[in-house]
Design a protein around this ligand. Structure first.
Ligand SMILES: Nc1ncnc2c1ncn2[C@@H]1O[C@H](COP(=O)(O)OP(=O)(O)O)[C@@H](O)[C@H]1O
Ligand SMILES: O=C(CO)[C@@H](O)[C@H](O)COP(=O)(O)O
Length: 558
């Protein structure tokens, strides 16, 4: 029997510390190749560093010549502001930059939390410094000269997708600064604080309140409404058409851009088009010969943002945690705990949630549903800091922690090293408590770091559960999840069984699964394997002493 040609798909995770890419078989999910490249440190980064890292990771993975579709997952909330020429106006403020904490408080005071006009109902979450809207308010107040130059606002994954599609500043990209070609997806849009998961639409009033200028949603590359046949003899004509039409539609081409609201006024700011069910970015494409889908035929949440001129379909992409949920094929009842630069606890539901306390953010997922999530600023880097203090690598750090008893002899670390997002304490610092001559040992300090980190995430599970969301199993992922001491303590802190998926890049895997979904037209069924199943081994002393230490407060940041 003739074998189906293997279609390969690529998934990217452009996260805080690095860019990772996986290339998988679209039908089976089998891993074929992978690559990675590092990102610069800091909470304020030039987006070009992400672009350079993406290209390096693609090269490290052997290129995309045999890939049929690609999707980009990434760190959420980052503020990427573009001028009319498609140039980045200033370095992006990332999710872990807390300078916009006062702006978050001001926006919340102006709009309120509760009721139909409050943030919880309108944006699914209360604004905190991580969210894009608060960064835009900071920009309005701190850099008004830059606000006047803003022609579009995008998130990290949106901007990388736009560049990958061939758009960008005229001297850096084949298709030029077509801001209307910017796209995003529901999951990442839901992390802005100006897009409504419940309404499935932008809340332009919340956007204008943040930046002080009106917003408008991008309409997609109009020219791409035409049907293209991506075959060799037409490819030249296609690229000429796109370049011509991009020239007509590009901002700064002499004619007023579509989005100008009043000639004498500042134009409305372009917000990426939210690619979702039934909508392709205007491009209908015959890819790989007979495969064809039309703008009105694709009925699934994994629609395309467009097509790279070489013929590679580009999926909508996703926020990193929604990508991980897709990569793990998380179902109702699963709670994913990811311990990377950020710590996250999230579930998948079929209905939007809104938490008036601000602990749970009611995001959307990348599969047409919703993703209630709790995020901590402090996670894997706690262990990096304490293992450095102890002058040990992660293996010896694990040995030290496993040599201590549950409760670390009474030593407790409340790990708000970088301030904390949940609870919303941007000015907090970390606190070691319960230190006595007897409890202050290398073993107890190592274990206390892990216990403190996991107690914060256990609080997240409790907050999600309190909203009526099923939480029957933890799936433990992220760089620190591979640490055996983290796994052992997780079973003692969480009150549900803990499954540890095989080490992998689940955000990138989710993006690859989305790319396959977009390519094949239905959600692929790929296997997920596990390396450990940990039964509940709750040791109540750990959480009890953590609670007591939390009440001590902390010395404010200097
Ligand atoms: N065995 C380990 N024990 C503890 N932390 C680890 C271990 N291996 C990696 N890490 C940490 O995991 C983090 C990277 O995890 P990852 O999920 O890739 O983060 P991100 O997605 O935020 O880039 C780094 O901070 C690294 O120090
Ligand atoms: O802020 C969030 C989600 O709300 C984080 O998940 C960031 O998206 C970055 O996470 P990592 O780089 O740690 O994956």
């Amino acid at each position: 029997m003739k074998e189906d040609p293997v279609s390969l798909v690529a998934g990217v995770d452009s996260s805080t510390q690095s860019c990772k890419i996986v290339i998988r078989d679209a039908q089976t999910g089998a891993l074929v190749r992978s690559g990675r490249a590092s990102h610069p440190e800091g909470t304020e980064v030039a987006p070009d560093a992400w672009w350079v890292a993406l290209l390096a990771a693609i090269t490290d993975a052997g290129g995309l010549d045999d890939v049929a579709a690609i999707s980009i997952g990434g760190q959420q909330h980052g503020m990427v502001v573009l001028d009319a020429d498609g140039r980045v106006i200033r370095d992006a403020l990332l999710w872990n930059d807390t300078r916009s904490a006062p702006a978050a408080a001001a926006l919340l005071a102006e709009v309120g939390a509760a009721g139909p006009t409050g943030y919880a109902a309108r944006a699914g979450a209360l604004p905190v410094a991580s969210f894009t809207a608060t960064k835009l308010r900071w920009l309005r107040d701190a850099e008004p000269e830059n606000v006047a130059r803003v022609a579009a606002v995008a998130l990290p994954h949106d901007w990388l997708t736009w560049r990958l599609l061939g758009y960008g500043p005229a001297d850096e990209s084949p298709l030029g600064p077509v801001l209307d070609a910017l796209t995003t997806d529901r999951s990442d849009a839901s992390g802005t604080s100006y897009w409504s998961p419940a309404a499935n639409a932008y809340d332009f009033d919340l956007f204008e309140r943040a930046l002080g200028r009106p917003g408008v949603e991008a309409v997609g590359v109009a020219e791409a409404e035409l049907e293209f046949e991506l075959v060799d003899e037409l490819e030249e004509e296609l690229e000429e058409d796109l370049l011509d039409s991009a020239g007509e539609g590009a901002a700064g081409s002499g004619s007023l851009p579509r989005w100008v609201s009043e000639p004498e006024g500042l134009p409305a700011v372009i917000l990426p088009r939210v690619v979702q069910t039934g909508e392709v970015a205007g491009v209908t494409v015959a890819h790989g010969g007979d495969l064809r889908f039309d703008a009105n035929d694709v009925e699934n949440p994994a629609d395309a943002s467009g097509v790279i001129p070489a013929g590679i379909i580009v999926g909508a992409g996703a926020g990193d945690n929604a990508g991980a949920a897709l990569g793990l094929d998380a179902q109702a009842g699963d709670v994913v705990i990811s311990i990377g630069t950020s710590g996250t606890a999230f579930a998948v539901t079929d209905h939007p949630v809104a938490d008036l306390s601000g602990t749970v953010a009611g995001f959307a997922d990348a599969a047409g549903g919703f993703l209630p999530i709790v995020v901590t600023l402090n996670a894997a880097r706690i262990l990096a800091s304490i293992s450095g203090l102890l002058s040990v690598g992660y293996d010896e750090f694990a040995e030290l922690a496993l040599a201590a008893q549950p409760g670390s002899g009474g030593a407790v670390l409340v790990p708000y090293f970088e301030g904390e997002r949940t609870p919303n304490r941007p000015d907090a610092t970390a606190t070691f408590a319960g230190l006595t001559i007897a409890s202050t040992s290398r073993e107890n300090v190592a274990r206390a770091a892990i216990e403190g980190m996991l107690c914060g995430l256990a609080d997240g599970i409790g907050a999600i559960r309190a909203l009526g969301v099923e939480t029957q199993r933890v799936m433990l992922i992220g760089g620190a999840a591979q640490n055996p001491a983290v796994q052992a303590v997780a079973a003692q802190v969480f009150d549900v069984p803990v499954s540890v998926p095989t080490p992998g890049e689940y955000v990138a895997d989710g993006a690859a699964r989305q790319a396959a979904w977009t390519l094949l037209g239905s959600r692929p069924v790929w296997p997920v394997t596990f390396v450990a199943e940990l039964p509940v081994d709750t040791r109540a002393v750990i959480v009890a002493q953590y609670r007591a230490a939390q009440l001590l407060g902390s010395v404010p940041r200097r």
